[in-house]
Design a protein around this ligand. Sequence first.
Ligand SMILES: [Zn+2]
Length: 142
Amino acid sequence: MVYKRKKYHYGDTHLKKKWRTKRRTKDLDEIDEDLKVNNSEKLLNQEVDFDKPGSAQHYCLHCARYFISDNALQDHFKTKVHKRRLKALELEPYTVEESERAAGFGNWKTPIKRKIETQPLKSDKEDLESSSKKMKIDDDEL
Ligand SMILES: [Zn+2]
């Protein structure tokens, strides 16, 4: 594959894109809220909604995006956008407390870095369930 990068000027492309609102999704701090266990369960197991791509059944938590099929979702996990997003989410979101600390109230502490991992796959869960069922059957036979 011949690929010559056509980007000679730093910051020339993404500035415009960043401010477009057509494909705008959630901000990082909103996604951080979604990553909490009770919210993420809800988002990963959404009801069928025909207005959303893929009837809202294939959702990437970290990018706040819908995909049309499980394959598309799997492919997305391997992309640069997704990995970049995981990296961006590693740093704790900015809070009111942090701004107060910066203004001289309380003690300064550096924002915590966390390890963010891709959400568990639906198919993995199903595999686990089916294998545990098989185990049960084996136990019965014994
Ligand atoms: Zn993603």
